[in-house]
Design a protein around this ligand. Sequence first.
Ligand code: HEC
Length: 142
Amino acid sequence: MRRALLAFAAVLPGLTFAADDARQPIVMPQEARAEMRAEMLDFQTALHQIIEALAAGRHAEAAEVAERTMGISAMGRHRNAPANARPGMFMPNEMHAIARGLHASASDFARTARTGETKKALEALATVTGACVACHRSYRIQ
Ligand code: HEC
């Protein structure tokens, strides 16, 4: 029992509890929140497809998915939506910068993956997931 408690204590610093949530709340209209959450689900699906493709040695496919769904090519998804449905309008500058960083790093990943070098591709992919983590650790919308 004691040992189990110690093991639990050892992982504590890596966990986040609701009571000490230090993320900055971002206020957005319902429409913008819905758009953002839909985009997030697409990002997560894309990430899954990218990892699967990389593991199977299909580097070109991993590159294509990354560029199309998260890369520079995917910017401006909400450009023609009404203002209240454009999440970017409600993001503080730092948050927006992380979002732009995500798009740029996904395009970097696509270029690297096309070389066929798995280790370098994974390093580039970690910069992409780093952007997910950086934003999620800093901001919330609910
Ligand atoms: C610029 C900021 C930002 C970036 C970059 C970002 N996210 Fe998010 N994401 C958010 C915020 C804010 C939420 C909402 C958190 C909350 O519930 O308040 C969210 C929520 C989510 C959700 C939950 C969606 C739901 O249904 O509620 C998923 C899944 C997700 N993100 C995946 C990702 C993945 C994968 C990446 C990277 C490829 C990523 N996000 C990058 C800001 C970001």
